[in-house]
Design a protein around this ligand. Sequence first.
Ligand code: SF4
Ligand code: SF4
Length: 168
Amino acid sequence: MHDDHTTLAAAPFWRTKTLEQMDSAEWESLCDGCGRCCLVKLQDEDTEAIAYTDIGCQLLDDFNCRCRNYPDRQKQVPDCVRLTPETVRALGWLPPSCGYRLVEEGRDLYWWHHLVSGDRETVHAAGVSVRGKVAALEDELPLEDYVDHMVRWPLRLPRGAVRKTAKG
Ligand code: SF4
Ligand code: SF4
């Protein structure tokens, strides 16, 4: 019997699966490696509003934009948030570019995501990652200086990051 489905290219997993349905390799690959969530955030005591800073977590490799001790990170940084489908839904501060947030909102990944481009450098080329934007790591500054490092860019998309393709 002829099967029409064999002639169609399979849609990629992030368009067909919910966060809950992904296996662990798919889940991990959904991270674009931007490093934005590894920036220190400050919370206003009165309003509970969260503000990003351009200060990196003590374990952030600010060139590769990756955790320097991912398997053991919660021993060194107990307040590092472990992302799960529930936390992705609950956290209000995940960047609009974050692969988990995009899929949770039913949106597609952008051209610079490595699952689309096939290249882990495109997140840097598009200006989405924190490469070149981290002023200091948290253990390099006194706490009272953090407030001077509040920034808005982690909650925005750079202009070149929203177009449809690398050339478009
Ligand atoms: S913000 Fe999202 S995509 Fe970027 S590093 Fe964090 S988890 Fe990964
Ligand atoms: S411990 Fe690692 S994953 Fe967690 S915030 Fe710090 S750099 Fe990011």
